[in-house]
Design a protein around this ligand. Sequence first.
Ligand SMILES: [Fe+2]
Length: 423
Amino acid sequence: MELDVKTKPFSRDWWKEFRKSTGNMSFPVTRKNIFNNDVSELRDSIFEKFQNLKYEKELLAWRVWCDGEISTDLEKRIVEDPMKNETDFLPWCKRIFGDKTFGIILNDGQRYSKKTRDLISKYFEPLLDNKPPLGGINFSIFMGNYGWTPIGIHQDHTGSFVMHFHLGPGSKQMYMWEQSHYKDKLNGRENEMNTEPYLPFTSYDYSFDDGDIFFMPWNFYHVGRSQEISIGLTVWFNYTTVDGLFNGVYSSGVKDVISDIDDPTLEEIVQLKNYKGCENDGQLENLLQSIDIDVLNSTFCEFMEDQLQDYTNALISNDWYDRGTIKDKFELDYDINEKQKVSLIISPIRFAKHKDVLKIFHRADKIDLAYHDDIVKLIERINERKTDTVGNLIDSLFVDWPEGIGMRILEIFIENCVLQIEK
Ligand SMILES: [Fe+2]
């Protein structure tokens, strides 16, 4: 279904109409020529992502197919020789894949380019105003001329809503079936690779070109088809289930609490997966001794409430993206001085007081410091001024503390990529 809306794309009114026209985001739609002016900038930002892959290597969440087969050798070649720019894109495809068909699905794309994040965040600001996704936002990039989606007809994970920004140059087709229709009437399976017999029975099928958007909620079975080389940037809004949210928050909270222990058996015990490690003398005692006394004295509800607050603060500190952008860990090889100018990187610093601890959230990371009013004043100055000299930021703060404490706190912020030194 194409929407007939005359308002400016991504404005508050446009989103209002969009929600209405999609039955409050309950069925798929496509809209033509929505972001044509931003296509080349978005493509550039995708190429920037590929140039940043070298910083992650083994940590990359991606799959590369060549003529329908998964290829780890080509993953290495792509990391070593990414496309340079728009002009290099099609020659690059030839250089890496020759005349073969290929497909790349790169997950966690929000981590590799701040530029893409900034462009996309701008579009969704009015929509997320009152209903942000508690499971976070992330990007997946689809690239290639792979024909049918290499994972066949499938359903996305529960609670996800996907907006596809098509960046061309080739077009893409998407075929969709309502859940009950596909499963009960057509007897369809998850990851069905033999797509042809199901095509005459689709509930929706759309074709889109560069500048078009395509939206789909999680409960539709679907398969895409890309016969010409194209790039699709998919933005995922994860409205997780209560179970999913609590399980995720519980297990990351437990990992946080026992992070000092490098013993997988103990981790299994705590995750309630395996009791057998308890039989070894002293292991459980070691575990309990390593846990902060405040945690041991708290009730389960208090523990969960604390973890949920940390989780939400971390997401908000990162504009609701579930993971931060990659960081060039800053090794401080000289002392900063009072005249040095420093500036805030990306978003404001969030903080929360919890007992004697000041929790600081930035770009989805958390730093714990012993609470002091002057640290809060310092953070407020940084958030307000965005950029200033070290001397001005710590002026008249930390006067009763040992000398150099203010500087040290700023160094911690620099080491954790909260602040950067202005050259
Ligand atoms: Fe999918």
